[in-house]
Design a protein around this ligand. Sequence first.
Ligand SMILES: [Zn+2]
Length: 137
Amino acid sequence: MFNNISEKIKTLANVMCWIDIIVSVIISIFIIFINLWAGLICLILGPLVSWIGSFVLYGFGTLIENSEKTTAYLRYLAEAERKRINKEKDRNAEASAERTKNFSSNTNFVKCLECRNIVDISKLDESGICPWCGCEM
Ligand SMILES: [Zn+2]
């Protein structure tokens, strides 16, 4: 019912302006029969006043329209920024995982899953117990 309110306000301003113009022309024609000059002045001023009077309502509709456009654009920008940040996070996580992998494969070190300390495999005894926290590796 109130969807696309800016377009409705602008249409209302348009319709009301035309109704005002038609009514003022009809009234002016009646006045012409009574007084020619007064009627002619009404014929010119009536539609002019109706036209100028519709500016405020039409402008208000345009204002809402622009505000809606700005909101939509800001939402789009926020969404794009959120996606960019997430992508960057993923890339950083990947790079970090890659570094850890390289570190463990190039040297004989592993990361303890419990205490997260780096453990030299060659120094691990047969039992495979972490020297830092004592957990089984
Ligand atoms: Zn440990």
